[in-house]
Ligand binder design. Structure first.
Ligand code: NAD
Length: 292
């Protein structure tokens, strides 16, 4: 296929390189990044999109997505598919889908889980919203860049799945970290804590796969001085998106809101920026009840 790829940062560059390696003709554009391996660079987003069967975007936020989509959609041929893989607000995803549909273009919101490691290894999970026919057209590309693609429903459903997942992840990571800090103060050995919880009803991905305690459980960013991994500020971004969505539809999400506030404090005032989101554990370690 002829693919336009816009946004070649930490995630986009390895995803585009994987598509090129699989034999697709990839034309890229980024305002700041060099060409990934196998990708030909264009002078503008519109030029990267012209004549493409599929245009993929991997951008920082919804506002930038809307700007890029407004430039790219008029350059695309009717029948082509626009696939946004960024994590953005549900409203922007739906607005872009509507713009695309007016121009005869099918749009998918297809945010990913799996991080930079997953993008490099081609093992991402895609959660996808939009028309079923467009999903089928893009599926072979999802299979190259990832291991699993779930068609979640209409436009915006992919973003909805992503922010719900990450709201659970943020809250469970905090719960896991505060429980470790409590266990420390109760004199419980961390390895014993892991052995019990990872095989009991308190288990979760945060405990079992991405354990925030160094030297315990499978290797995780905790074993690498909390270098990300998944940075705390990216978790904060996703928690803010979940609260923005919850407000828009009047959903009561007290745990998600508290998780957002804790990550906000951690990132903006407590030195958490640039650290992995599991560095909540050393944060709790150093605190007592009067710090809350
Ligand atoms: P990044 O900042 O490394 O990459 C974004 C790229 O977009 C940059 O290279 C930037 O120059 C480019 N860009 C910005 N404005 C542009 C424009 N107008 N035209 C063309 N290019 C433009 O970010 P990232 O880590 O690659 O993340 C991209 C998206 O993926 C975000 O929405 C993020 O939330 C999501 N995501 C990231 C991760 C992760 O672990 N990094 C995991 C899952 C999802």
């Amino acid at each position: 296929m002829k693919i336009g790829f816009i946004g070649l940062g930490n995630m986009g560059a390895p995803m585009a390189a994987n598509l090129a390696r699989a034999g697709h003709e990839v034309t890229g554009f980024d305002i700041a990044q060099p060409a990934p391996e196998g990708v030909t660079m264009a002078e503008s987003a519109a030029e990267a999109a012209r004549g493409a069967d599929v245009v993929i975007t991997m951008l920082p936020n919804g506002e930038i997505l809307r700007q890029v989509a407004a430039e790219v959609i008029p350059a695309m041929a009717p029948g082509a598919v626009f696939v946004d893989c960024s994590t953005v607000d549900v409203e922007s995803a739906r607005a872009v889908a509507e713009e695309a549909s007016k121009a005869g273009i099918e749009a998918l919101d297809a945010p990913v889980s799996g991080g930079v490691g997953g993008a490099e290894a081609g093992t991402l999970t895609f959660m996808v919203g939009g028309p079923a026919a467009a999903f089928e057209k893009a599926r072979p590309l999802f299979e190259i860049m990832g291991r699993k693609a779930v068609h979640c429903g209409d436009a915006g459903a992919g973003q909805a799945a992503k922010i719900c997942n990450n709201m659970i992840l943020g809250a469970t990571m905090i719960a896991t970290c505060e429980a470790f800090a409590l266990a420390d103060k109760l004199g419980l050995d961390r390895q014993k804590m892991f052995d019990v919880v990872s095989t009991s009803s308190g288990q979760s991905w945060s405990m079992n796969v991405y354990c925030p305690a160094p030297g315990v459980g499978p290797t995780s960013p905790a074993d690498n001085d909390y270098r990300p991994g998944f940075a705390a500020e990216l978790m904060l971004k996703d928690l803010r998106l979940s609260q923005q969505a919850a407000e828009a539809v009047d959903a009561d999400t007290p745990m998600g809101e508290l998780a957002m506030r804790l990550y906000e404090a951690f990132v903006e005032r407590e030195g958490g920026r640039g650290r992995d989101f599991s560095a909540m554990l050393p944060r709790f370690e150093g605190r007592g009840r009067s710090d809350a």
